[in-house]
Design a protein around this ligand. Structure first.
Ligand code: SF4
Length: 242
């Protein structure tokens, strides 16, 4: 067997072929041969990378013990996200608070309890079967901003790459953004939440409903905002689960 044929067969073996049922042309003798290009181009590293599907676990592993922005300095736990990885509905808040930072789970404090109640009680009232574990919840930034301040633009830009990957991986039917900061991060809009809420917007072809952040709703004087947030949530639940 000629060296050319051996090399040719090795090439197919390296591509993973166990048997060849396609004709392999044996190159003509060296004196007459012209440089032949391979029948199947070897896979490029970009093609190989594209073939590896992103998963929430891969994204979380990529975050690792992240120090990509200044928020890592004051955090206890990175709050990646929580819920059903195949959720039809994703809620996005702005960043973890003290309870979330301590537990590493988003929306577990008072605001989180309110959000859970809003979702589950509205669903029951509307005849829709959905519980908190059915949905997915995460934030724009994964580490707690000191003193519960809003995340800075550069922190959101740095951490936003992970949110983008989470949403692209889950591919929900709809996203509900909670509060002005999350709405701005996702929709790149300067319009206030009061004007944006209640109407559908879009992120990467996924419908997005902005509404008030539950911590804003906890303030005693916000009865009207609560009513509006419930209306928004009804719209979202019917759109996703009807
Ligand atoms: S907020 Fe995001 S980018 Fe910044 S340190 Fe935490 S995980 Fe990393």
């Amino acid at each position: 067997m000629s060296n050319d044929l051996i090399n040719h067969l090795k090439f197919y073996r390296d591509l993973g072929f166990k048997e060849l049922d396609i004709p392999v042309s044996i190159p003509p003798p060296a004196a007459e041969s012209v440089e032949a290009s391979p029948v199947v181009a070897p896979p490029t590293s970009a093609a190989q990378a594209a073939a590896v599907k992103d998963t929430l676990q891969i994204i979380q592993d990529d975050i690792g013990d992240c120090t990509r922005c200044g928020l890592h300095e004051g955090r206890n736990k990175i709050v990646f996200g929580d819920g059903n990885p195949n959720a039809k509905l994703v809620f996005v808040g702005e960043g973890p608070g003290a309870d979330e930072d301590a537990q590493g789970i988003p929306f577990v404090g008072r605001a989180g309890q309110l959000l859970t109640d809003m979702i589950e009680k509205t669903a029951v009232g509307e005849g829709i079967t959905v519980k908190r574990p059915d949905i997915y919840i995460c934030n724009v930034v994964k580490c707690r901003p000191p003193g519960n301040r809003a995340p800075e633009a550069d922190e959101m830009a740095t951490c936003g790459q992970f949110l983008e990957r989470q949403l692209k991986n889950i591919q929900p039917k709809a996203i509900c953004v909670l509060g002005a900061t999350a709405a701005k991060a996702l929709l790149n809009s300067t319009i206030g939440i009061t004007k944006m809420r209640g109407e559908w917007h879009e992120w990467n072809d996924i419908p997005v409903m902005p509404t008030f952040h539950p911590s804003y709703l906890l303030r005693a004087y916000n009865k009207e905002a609560k009513r509006l947030a419930w209306e928004d949530l009804k719209k979202v639940l019917h759109y996703v689960y009807d």
